[in-house]
Design a protein around this ligand. Sequence first.
Ligand code: AMP
Length: 284
Amino acid sequence: MSELIRNKAELQDGLDKLSGRVALVMTMGALHDGHLSLVRAAKKVADHVVVSIFVNPLQFGPNEDFDAYPRQLDKDIGLLDTVGVDLVFAPEESDMYPREPLVRIDPGPIAAVYEGATRPTHFAGVLQVVHKVLNLAHPDVAIFGQKDAQQLALIRTMVADLNMPVEIQSVPIKREESGLALSSRNAYLSEDEYIEALALNQALVLGKDAAQHGAGPEQVRTVATRYLDQAPGVKLDYLAVVDPETFEDLVAQDAPRGDRGLIITAAWVGPTRLIDNMEVTFHA
Ligand code: AMP
């Protein structure tokens, strides 16, 4: 059984009882098998696993779904118990933010594009909470999902630029058999929207196939974009082919540094905004 911890002071007490390597998995709850794959990866690389559950207000824009975001702590703890974790840190908002934070993290240029262009304050809010929870839990390793690839790139950049004493590891995207990437926001989809949402993964697969057959970044982008542009019920926000570390647009580059790329996309399916991505290798 995991120990539920509701504030910073208790967290320190809980951590003091653990010995050996500690891995941290940060979540906003409404857990699914994607989150559990992070926990399983954490268990493989550490003696103890701490999972945080906190719907971080700072990373939601004024017209986003902060209030509607699914909250189901008891169910989440039940799911975590099926895998086995040591501590579940689920603080109150007043404990995490006793007042409006005055010192803020500037996430820099990677946060200005794609997700950051549509959600201008999102990544500053993400890095603020990631920095805080890493400071509170001071794990040896922290595990994040490739589902949020731009977030992962930013966390790696923050840890490198601020010399934070933690190792960052990532876990591949967990998908349903249909191909849809697992997401807490999938709960918002109606039956019809669920079917429409499959187009995101299908577009990425088409792009990846094109790259396997020799297409370059621009052609890959065209193939995948065309598919989503004509997909019923889907309103494309962006689709791009980027460097997985810097998020620079590979289409705009004359000579990409390597052969690795990431197709990233965000789209509205009804009122729900979904993101997905897929790694590609270019065979020049
Ligand atoms: P969230 O609760 O949405 O903030 O996600 C918490 C962590 O789980 C992040 O590191 C996400 O990237 C990761 N995650 C969410 N969905 C998936 C998925 N389908 N596959 C892998 N990791 C995921």
